[in-house]
Ligand binder design. Sequence first.
Ligand SMILES: Nc1nc(=O)c2c([nH]1)NC[C@@H]1CN(c3ccc(C(=O)N[C@@H](CCC(=O)O)C(=O)O)cc3)CN21
Ligand SMILES: CC(C)C(=O)C(=O)O
Ligand SMILES: [Mg+2]
Length: 267
Amino acid sequence: MTNERITAAALLAMKQRQQRIAVLTCYDASFAQLLEAAGVEVLLVGDSLGMVLQGHDTTLPVTLDHMVYHSACVSRAAQRALVIADLPFLSFATPERALDAAARLLGEGGARMVKLEGGGRVIATVEHLTNFGVPVCAHLGLLPQSVHRLGGFRYQGKDSATAIRIEQDALALQAAGAQLLVLECVPAVLAATLSERLTIPVIGIGAGNRCDGQVLVLYDIVGATAQRPPRFSKNFLTGTGTLPAAIAAYVAAVKSGEFPGREQTLA
Ligand SMILES: Nc1nc(=O)c2c([nH]1)NC[C@@H]1CN(c3ccc(C(=O)N[C@@H](CCC(=O)O)C(=O)O)cc3)CN21
Ligand SMILES: CC(C)C(=O)C(=O)O
Ligand SMILES: [Mg+2]
């Protein structure tokens, strides 16, 4: 059991048993090994690598080649954790393009699920990917690839119209075949409602602690970011002292529901 690869079905079983899922972003083989040893269930090769590795101020310059390269680095080391790769900006603008991009992330990159940002406009794409056997993670709330349209990295769903749209999008994405949902920067009450209403696991970031799991950017939890980290993140290296202990502390705090606490939560 413990040595079996973690699949979407295993994450669903965790949700049903009310065991919280610990997710971190990961961009290389050395950290993949450390994260897995600390009990992280899902390694997300996020396009946040454009900001934390490449030094850009948005995720938009990240290319599919970059994502394939980092997915391969992570997948080579991951034995048990589920490796999810982000579809980068505009690589999924049509269902056909998304399938081509997913073929590279799963084929050359060794990822076992792809994640794509958005609601209504990506439903047909999620159906297309799942019809061809590509596992999909959806992503709602703050969509960093839409930063220029949103006018900044801002919380979403504070007004009831947006909250209702996010809930409808989430149900439609689940119906289209998404097996996991990342909810970024939404009020805790909205994330809690969605975690209850959806059958698939909901992974929160800046979404309160009543989600089925949590994700943070790896560099933020070890205080390795050049810019001021988002206020929903937490440095776990201070107070532990080593990378393995910091990662283990994050996993323990997610599992117990202690993270995110009040300081990291928007009511
Ligand atoms: N290092 C890092 N951490 C992240 O969590 C992260 C990335 N990079 N890059 C991709 C996206 C972008 N994200 C971000 C980036 C900034 C804020 C931010 O500064 N938020 C403000 C609140 C804005 C508001 O008032 O609504 C904050 O103070 O946290 C939030 C999410 C989350 N992701
Ligand atoms: C922050 C997570 C959810 C992400 O999409 C990324 O790291 O790119
Ligand atoms: Mg991303």
